[in-house]
Design a binder for this molecule. Structure first.
Ligand code: HPA
Length: 277
């Protein structure tokens, strides 16, 4: 994406989505993380499927458990844009590419984004399969979508406020939908490898409850554009040093598969309970 205005590129992608779906305005974007991809099939009525990488600015997802799919779905009277996969920093992508889906969703009309992910859990009381509402985040990737050339004049300035980054109202709604949800602080790392036990001890000291390799830059970009954010982590393993076994992506996907039904019920319930925009 070097040299190109990322906001203009998001506008182009949103135009392509309008043309392909014949839906003028989408309301809610749902980004499916590792292992959540199957949820795309059970959220609502499918209107249109687009190959994600056929849209301007989207690389094909390269990580197992992610789909090269953008789906327009009608659910609970809302037009939903479901991203079957996402781009990560650890794949070598720049922050602008990592947050391109969120900026495209905003340009397509979305005022809410639901960010999902698989995460390691630091709380020893959380079993594998625990769903956790992200209450706040710590970005230790060393990158930000707000660093670099300033946003163009027709966009908000770069110093976006990150107080209440994860919407208190949406979190309260999610708790009403599923009373088994936990709350936690998500710590986003560059990734490419799992953490060492020493890193996990550091993260526990700094107040982290969940570790993962996504989400934090997308939440920053979403808040910059004024979107409400709901973040949900599925604990697929205990974090390194707490886990009795070495960590492996296959197990992450397996744990996600087992949680599919609960995940779908939660998202459907949240969509049904959201105040109409
Ligand atoms: N660490 C980082 N990312 C992850 C983990 C983890 O333990 N589990 C799933 N994604």
């Amino acid at each position: 994406m070097t040299g190109q205005d990322p906001y203009a590129l998001a506008g182009e992608a949103a135009e392509s989505i309008r043309a392909a779906t014949e839906v003028d305005t989408h309301d809610v974007a749902l980004v499916l993380g590792s292992g959540w991809a199957a949820a795309a099939d059970r959220i609502g009525d499918v209107r249109a499927d687009i190959e994600l990488s056929s849209l301007p600015g989207f690389p094909p997802p390269s990580v197992a458990g992610h789909r090269n799919l953008l789906r327009s779905v009608e659910a609970g009277g809302r037009n939903l844009l479901v991203f079957g996969g996402r781009a990560h920093l650890y794949e070598g992508h720049e922050p602008d590419t990592v947050v391109h889906g969120v900026r495209t969703a905003a340009a397509a009309g979305c005022s809410t984004v639901i960010l999902t992910n698989a995460a390691g859990g630091l709380n020893p009381e959380w079993p594998v399969g625990q769903l956790v509402m992200i209450e706040d985040q710590i970005n230790i990737t060393g990158r930000s979508p707000m660093a670099g050339p300033p946003p163009p004049d027709d966009q908000p300035g770069r110093f976006s406020d990150m107080t209440d980054a994860y919407s208190p109202a949406l979190r309260a709604l999610a708790h009403r939908v599923d009373d088994g949800l936990a709350d936690g602080v998500y710590v986003g790392l560059l990734g490419g490898n799992y953490e060492t036990p020493a890193e996990i001890r550091m993260i526990a000291t700094m107040g982290g409850d969940l570790v993962g390799m996504s989400t934090v830059l997308e939440a920053i970009a979403a808040r910059h554009l004024g979107l409400d954010v709901l973040g949900i982590s599925l604990v697929t393993n205990l974090a390194a040093g707490l886990s009795p076994a070495p960590l492996a992506h296959g197990e992450v996907l397996e744990a996600a598969k087992e949680a599919e039904t609960r995940v779908v019920d939660l998202i459907r319930g949240v969509l049904a309970g959201m105040p109409s925009s």
